[in-house]
Design a protein around this ligand. Sequence first.
Ligand SMILES: [Zn+2]
Length: 480
Amino acid sequence: MQLQKPELLRAVPAWRVLRNFGRVLRDSSVNSRKLRALFLLSAKVPFIKEFWSHSWHGRQSMKIWLLLMLKNGLPAVCVGTFAAFLAAGLSYLEILPGWYKAPRIQSPGFSGEFRYSCWALFSGVVASLLTLLLWRSGDRVFLDRVCIHQGDDVLKAQAILHLGAFLKSSKTLVVVWDATYLSRLWCVFELAAFLHSHKDDVQAKLVIKPIVVAPLMFIMMTGGVLSFAFELILPSNGLVLIVQAVYTLGLSLLATYVQEHFWHEVFTAEQQFRAFRWQEVTCACCSTGHLTADGQRILCDRVILEQCIVQWFGSVEALEALVRTSTRDTFLQQATRGFPFGYLWLLGGGSFILWGQADHVAARAHGGAHWHATSVLITTVAWFLWVSPSAYLVFGRIARWMQKKQGAKLSAPSYCTVKFAGYSASVVSTFLPSLWQWWLYSTLLDPVLAALAFAGTSLVFAILAYGLFANPQTQRNPSG
Ligand SMILES: [Zn+2]
C-alpha cells in the first residue's frame, strides 16, 4: 500500500464537484475532451481529506443532496439562522410588514392580538437553501471520476494499482450508502482497503451516510416549515387546529414510513455482509464482456484487484472473512448507533424550529409580552436540542421494531397488528410533547414557569430515551 508515485495522488475541492447541483456526478458523457477537462479539475495533493466511496448505480439526485448536506449543511444552517434572526429583528421593529391575530395561548395580562409575520421562517429557508446549493467548500476530496484520468489508459491503470495507497493517504472515508453499495466490486474494495490500511490509526474516520437520509431530512424540514407557516399565518380557531392535527398526523406516519425503509436497508445490508462472496460482486467491465465500445479487449478489474487483495490480506478468503465480521460490525455500528442519522444531522434538520420560533418571539416581544417571549425562547432551546432529536430516536426504534417483526414472516393478522401498533406508537410520540407543553401552560399559568417545567421534564425524558434506545450493543444482531 505504499505510494510509489506521489504525483498520482490527486484531489478536487468539494465545491467543484457539487457546483451546478453536482453536474460532475450527473454528467455521464464519455467524450475524451470532457474526460480530460474532468481530470484537470483535480490537482496533486500531499494527502486526501475525504475519499468519497459510492456506487454509480444508486440514485444520483439523492446522492447529490446528501453530499451537499455533508459539505454545506453546517454553513447552510448557520447562514439560515443568522438570516432568520435578522428578519425577526426587522419584523419586531416593524420594518417588515406583518398582520394582527390572536395567539392560541394568550400571554397572562394580555387579551388582544399580536403582530405576526413569517419573515424569520421564510428568510431561514431561502438563505439556507441558497447556501446549501452555492457554498464553496474547499475540502479536498477524492472522487474517482475526477481524480483518475478516465480517458488515459496508462494513467488510469497506474491510478487503479495505487488505489490502496490513495486510501491509506486519506484521512476520512465517506461511504455514500445505498442498496447497491455492497454488490459493487470497487465499493467493497475501497471499504476493505480503508479499514485495513487504517486499522491501527485512531485518527482515521469512517463516515457512513445512507442515501435515505436525504429524503428524510427533506421531509423533516418541509413538514416542519409548513407546520410553522400554518401556525403563523392561519387564525387560531378550532377548525385550523383540527387541520393542523391531521397534517401533523400525516407527517408522523410519513416520517415513520421513511425510517422503516431505512431499517429495511440496514437489515438487508447486514445480510449482504454475512453472505459476502468476492465472486458475487459485480463490476462494469464484466457486464460489457471486457470489450470497449469499439471492440477492444480490456483487462478485468477483478483480476487487478485480486492481486492487490492477495498481497494485503493474504488471500481472497481472508478478505471475505474480514468483510463478514469486523467490517460488518463497524458498518452497522456506524449506521445505527445513537440518534438516527447522527445527532448533529438531526439538529441541522430541525433548524427550522429556531427560525419559526423567532417569528413567535418577535410577535410577543412586539406586543410587550416580554415574559411570554422569554418562555418561548426557553421552549425553543428544549425543542431544538432534545425534544425533536429524542422524538426521532423513538420513531427510529419503533420503525426498527416493525422491520424486525416483518422479517420474521408474520401471518397477515399479526402483520397488521404490528403495523398498527408501530404507527400508533409513532403518532402518540409525535403529539405527546405538544400536549404536555399545552397542559403545562394552561395549568401553571406563568409562562416562564411552564416553559422551565417543560424543558426540565422533557430533558429527563430525552435522557431516559437515549439510555434505553441508543445503545449500539443492542443493534449488533438484528434478526433480519
Ligand atoms: Zn470484469
